[in-house]
Design a protein around this ligand. Structure first.
Ligand code: TRP
Length: 359
């Protein structure tokens, strides 16, 4: 079977290095391999509203920001279809039908939703969890199935959504005796540290926690953020500890042997540096300085390309509009098949059947 790839992001802020190693790099890889029939990237503004109902301006303001990040990391509109979720009406309709196939306890069991509820404090304020937020995995299942996507490049926090989607697909196909929905699987980064890159403070990297390094950060900002990474206090000659060491986690995700040649020629690669660090004698200031160079080296070309692209937003909006048009054609077709399978297609056959029944 030929792959149909789909993934997406909520436009609630610029994208950061966690997005980059967790998903964007994988997307560029898949794009360049070219081994797919279609590749959709969804700007999930509807999903973003599930916890930003009071702040639609934030969502509105970040659509172009996210597009700039996409294009700056090398995603190519000739190879990828970018589309805007709220403009694809079939997605909302599919969500309504899928909601009947999922129980409330099942929705509330989703570990990612659970931890997001906690992080947003929904469970300790009087208002509680918005229904739309608790059920967003169902709408995500609509995103995925509308395009008959079978391969979803995401970080592992999205695995429960993929699992939920598979369950909906199986229920739907069984109940309505059809094969119109397609089962999907995730495509995760190979490097384990990339799966869930922590923030500079070791919590989950998240805009709301203010612990991200953005793909658009200037050098001095990167420097400041890298220097703010906590390290375990120790005397220089004492052994360095790698466990939970954010600076080393970042090096694991970003450093190449080229970086060593350029900025730290005493070592050939990360393994050598690690073993020396563990023996003692290398200070955390030195590590951070190296990390700073690595991060600046990684981010600078992206940031500069981003600036260049931002001079032609009209073109970017056109790309999004064209992509959304194409996405609508595909999603409408799936919706049609779904309604047919469910028998809620009130076409001529329906009319004839009803007229005959009452004759
Ligand atoms: N939930 C994803 C996130 O928070 C965004 C998203 C929406 C998505 N729809 C999707 C991801 C479909 C993969 C497939 O980043």
């Amino acid at each position: 079977m030929e792959n149909i790839i789909l993934t997406g992001d909520r436009p609630t802020g610029r994208l950061h290095i966690g997005h980059y190693v967790g998903s964007l790099k994988q997307r560029v890889l898949l794009q360049n391999e070219g081994n797919y029939k279609d590749f959709f990237i969804l700007i999930a503004d509807t999903q973003a509203l599930t916890d930003n109902a009071g702040n639609p301006q934030k969502v509105r303001d970040n659509i172009v920001e996210v597009m700039l990040d996409y294009l700056a990391v090398g995603l190519d509109p000739k190879k990828v279809t970018f589309c805007l979720q709220s403009e694809i009406r079939a997605l909302s309709e599919l969500t309504m039908y899928y909601m009947n196939l999922v129980t409330l306890p099942r929705v509330l069991r989703n570990p990612t939703v659970k931890s997001e509820v906690k992080m947003r404090g929904f469970d300790d304020n009087e208002e509680g969890v918005p229904v739309g937020f608790a059920t967003y995995p169902i709408s995500q299942a609509a995103d995925i199935t509308a395009f008959k996507s079978n391969l979803i490049p995401v970080g592992d926090d999205q695995e429960p959504m993929i699992e939920q989607t598979r369950e909906i697909v199986r229920s739907f196909n069984r109940i309505y005796n059809t094969d119109c929905l397609v089962e999907c699987k995730s495509f995760l980064p190979e490097n384990n540290v990339c799966m869930r890159l922590p923030g500079t403070d070791n919590a989950k990297m998240s805009k709301s926690l203010d612990n991200c390094i953005y793909l658009s950060d200037e050098d001095d900002v990167i420097k400041k953020k890298v220097n703010s990474i906590a390290s375990f206090p120790r005397a220089l000659e004492e052994p360095g500890i790698l466990e939970n060491n954010i600076a080393f986690i970042y090096l694991d995700a970003f450093v190449t042997d080229e970086h060593f040649k350029k900025y730290y020629p005493e070592f050939n690669n990360l393994d050598e540096l690690k073993s020396s660090y563990q023996k003692g004698g290398i200070g955390d200031g030195t590590i951070k300085k190296f990390l700073c160079n690595v991060m600046i080296d990684t981010i600078t070309p992206i940031r500069e390309k981003r600036k260049e692209l931002s001079k032609n937003v009209e073109e970017i909006l056109r790309v999004l509009e064209d992509g959304t048009r194409k996405a609508n054609t595909v999603a409408d077709q799936t919706l049609k098949e779904v309604k047919e399978a469910m028998g809620i297609n009130y076409d001529d056959t329906f009319k004839k059947e009803q007229i005959e029944k009452y004759n």
